[in-house]
Design a protein around this ligand. Structure first.
Ligand code: APR
Length: 242
């Protein structure tokens, strides 16, 4: 595939909008498509407030597994490209649907997590969010106040955190280069971001081996894997990670 590297100085506000396909090359399973988590697990039983209320231990076991899997994996060259760009360019942001913390592990600092994080937990009784970077299962399933804790993740039917949402809206609206990587584009409100960026005049690029429901919006499409395309697109092939 022929990829002409981008000149990053042509753009003032670069946004990477990422989904599960961004972490796929690190070994983290996606949600849909072959090997997708939602083929093995019914989200109704593991990723909803109702499921957690019904059986918190079952939901915790599932998310403990996600934490274990994420820790077995490492950021790949594509993550590194994004983190390096942030150091070299005044305005590079990541808006991600991923909850695995992989962008931060590769060094990205400006990361907006739309769907929360498996590395945080909250007590809804006290309204407090705690980091839980314990390398393994969540350190505790119950709060000191006696209430059940809850992974700080946006599950199906949950509202997104309004502060995170307005931060993401603001970042995406001012983008002049918007690069979508590894998302099927079917989960809202995240699926509205490509159109929001387009309405703001951004150039839109999609990186995904498969066509998506939103492919028609993009100015350029690279139907290949994230790591390879990102290295070529930003001329950082010397990272040489496959
Ligand atoms: N590089 C780029 N894209 C890839 C790669 C890769 N190496 N491997 C797979 N993909 C693409 C797939 O073709 C698919 O379009 O990644 C996409 C993953 O789609 P989903 O599994 O639907 O993940 P995502 O879009 O992030 O899901 C959104 O759904 O279940 C919820 O909350 C969960 O955040 C998640 C949301």
């Amino acid at each position: 595939m022929n990829i002409t590297p981008l000149n990053t100085t042509d753009y003032d506000h670069i946004v990477f909008f990422t989904g599960a396909g961004m972490s796929a090359e690190s070994g983290v399973p996606t949600y849909r498509g072959s090997g997708g988590i939602w083929h093995e697990y019914r989200w109704e039983d593991y990723a909803s407030q109702e499921a957690w209320k019904r059986n918190p231990d079952k939901v915790f076991d599932f998310h403990d597994e996600r934490r274990k899997e994420a820790l077995k994996c490492n950021p790949h060259a594509g993550h590194e490209v994004i983190a390096l760009l942030e150091q070299d360019h005044p305005d590079v942001s990541v808006v991600t649907q991923n909850i695995d913390g992989m962008h931060q592990r590769s060094g990205s600092r400006k990361v907006t997590e739309l769907h929360g994080s498996i590395w945080r937990i909250r007590c809804e009784e006290e309204g407090v969010i705690h980091e839980d970077m314990n390398p393994g299962p969540y350190a505790a399933r119950k709060c000191n106040c006696g209430a059940w804790l809850r992974p700080d993740i946006i599950w199906f039917s949950d509202y997104l955190n309004p502060n995170i949402l307005s931060q993401a809206d603001e970042i995406v609206s001012r983008a002049d280069l918007f690069i979508s990587i590894g998302t099927s584009g079917v989960v809202w409100p995240a699926a509205g971001y490509p159109q929001l960026a387009k309405s703001g005049g951004a150039k839109l690029i999609e990186i995904n081996p498969e066509p998506t429901e939103l492919s028609h919006l993009y100015d350029q499409i690279y139907p290949d894997k994230a790591g390879k395309v990102l290295q070529k697109l930003f001329d950082l092939l010397h990272l040489n990670i496959t």
